[in-house]
Design a protein around this ligand. Structure first.
Ligand SMILES: NC(=O)c1ccc[n+]([C@@H]2O[C@H](COP(=O)([O-])OP(=O)(O)OC[C@H]3O[C@@H](n4cnc5c(N)ncnc54)[C@H](OP(=O)(O)O)[C@@H]3O)[C@@H](O)[C@H]2O)c1
Length: 336
C-alpha cells in the first residue's frame, strides 16, 4: 500500500521507522509545516528516519526535497492509496487537519489520523464522507493509541449495544499519580520528574487538567455509540489539586487515585465526566499502573469487558497508525 504522511514530528518519525521494518507499506511522500520530500518510486524510510533525527528541514534532504507546499498540489503530483495525518491537535477548529482529511477523502484516499481535533469535532461528517466513497477512516491513534479502544470497540462490540464506558485514558497523569503514591512525591515533584523523563509535555495542561482524557472519551463515544457529544458539555477535573496527603490517606484505606473517565450512555443526557476517583482492589483500574491505560465497556449482551495496557509513547502511537492501515488494507474497500 502506498502512503503519504503529513506531520513528521514524534509520531510521524516513529511511523517512518516502523514502515522501514515492513515490506507491505511504501512511503511516497512526507510533509511537515514548512517542507517536504517525495519520490514516486518510494522513499527510503531508514534514510528519512535518520535524517529527521538531525533536522526538520526536508527541503535540504537532497533529491525529492522541497520547500513550502500545498496539499492539493501534493495529492495531484503523487499517487498514493492512503494519507496519514499526524499534525498537532487544534481542539477549537480541528484545522488545518480537517481540511486536509476532507480533501484526501474527496480524492479517493483512505485516511488514518492521530489528530484528536478533527476527530473530536467532525467525526460523523468525515466518517460519512469516507463511507459514501467506500474508503477507510482510521482513528485508533486518537483515542488511546496503543490501547485498542476503537478497533476493539468496532470489531468486538458488533451485535451488542454499548451502555457505558469507563476509562483511564491518560498515561501521563497515571504516571504522575503512580510517582506520588509509590515515590511519596508531591504533585509538583512528580510532574517535574515526568517532564524530565519526556513523559509529560513542557506544557502539561491538556493532560493534568483532564482535557486529554475527556477528548478521548468523547471520541470513543461518538465513534462507537453514534453519539454527537461535545467537549464543552463534559464535566472535567484534573489531578492538579491532589495533595500528598490525599494520596496517603487513600493508600491508608487500601485505595488509590485514578483519573477516571465515565460515561453512562443510558442517561437522559449522557455526558462525559472526568475526575480523580479513589478506586479499591476490586476495581479493574486499580492495577493499571505507570504509563498504562485502560478501557472498560459495559454492554447489553456481552457483559462488561476491559482492555488494559497500551502505555503512552510515540512508538505506540505509530504502531496504532500501522494497525489502522493494515485493518483498512485487510477490509480492502478497493483493490490496492
Ligand atoms: N505523542 C504521542 O504519543 C501521541 C499519541 C497519540 C496521538 N498523538 C497525536 O499525534 C499528532 C502528532 O503528535 P506528535 O507528538 O508527533 O507532534 P509533534 O512532535 O509536535 O509533530 C507535529 C508535526 O506536524 C507538523 N506540522 C505542524 N503543523 C503542520 C501543518 N500545518 N502542516 C503540515 N505539518 C504540520 C510539524 O512540522 P515541523 O516539523 O515543521 O514543526 C511536525 O512535523 C498530534 O495531534 C498528537 O496529539 C500523539
Amino acid at each position: 500500500m502506498r502512503i503519504g504522511l503529513v506531520g513528521t514530528g514524534g509520531v510521524g518519525r516513529a511511523l517512518v521507522d516502523l514502515i522501514g521494518k515492513r515490506d507491505d507499506i511504501e512511503l511516497v511522500f512526507a510533509l511537515n509545516s514548512r517542507s517536504g520530500v517525495g519520490d514516486q518510486a518510494g522513499l527510503d524510510p531508514e534514510k528519512l528516519y535518520d535524517y529527521l533525527g538531525r533536522t526538520r528541514d526536508l527541503e535540504g534532504y537532497g533529491e525529492g526535497g522541497f520547500g513550502a507546499w500545498r496539499i492539493s498540489d501534493i495529492l495531484n503530483e503523487y499517487r498514493v492509496d492512503l494519507l496519514v495525518e499526524a499534525t498537532p491537535t487544534n481542539k477549537s477548529t480541528g484545522e488545518p487537519a480537517r481540511s486536509t482529511i476532507r480533501l484526501a477523502l474527496e480524492n479517493g484516499l483512505h485516511v488514518v489520523t492521530a489528530n484528536k481535533g478533527p476527530v473530536m469535532l467532525h467525526y460523523r461528517d468525515l466518517k460519512d464522507l469516507a463511507e459514501k466513497r467506500g474508503l477507510g477512516f482510521g482513528i485508533g491513534a486518537t483515542a488511546g493509541a496503543a490501547l485498542p479502544t476503537i478497533s476493539a470497540g468496532e470489531n468486538d462490540l458488533l451485535g451488542s449495544r454499548l451502555l457505558g464506558i469507563r476509562g483511564v485514558l491518560n498515561g501521563t497523569t497515571n504516571y504522575i499519580l503512580h510517582l506520588m503514591e509509590n515515590g511519596g512525591m508531591t504533585y509538583q515533584a512528580a510532574l517535574q520528574k515526568a517532564q524530565e523523563e519526556g513523559i509529560a509535555e513542557a506544557d502539561p495542561t491538556q493532560d493534568v487538567e483532564g482535557w486529554d482524557s475527556a477528548i478521548k472519551m468523547t471520541i470513543i463515544a461518538n465513534a462507537l455509540a453514534g453519539k454527537a457529544l461535545k467537549l464543552e458539555d463534559a464535566e472535567v477535573l484534573g489531578i492538579t489539586h491532589l495533595t500528598s496527603e490525599d494520596i496517603r490517606s487513600a493508600k491508608d484505606r487500601n485505595k488509590r487515585y485514578k483519573l477516571l473517565g465515565e460515561l453512562d450512555l443510558e442517561a437522559e443526557n449522557p455526558r462525559v465526566v472526568v475526575k480523580p476517583v479513589m478506586v479499591s482492589h476490586e476495581d479493574i483500574f486499580y492495577g493499571v499502573q505507570g504509563k498504562n491505560k485502560g478501557i472498560q465497556y459495559v454492554t447489553d449482551n456481552l457483559g462488561e469487558f476491559a482492555i488494559l495496557g497500551g502505555a503512552s509513547d510515540v512508538r505506540g502511537a505509530a504502531a496504532a497508525i500501522i494497525r489502522d492501515i493494515l485493518q483498512i488494507k485487510k477490509r480492502i474497500f478497493r483493490k490496492v
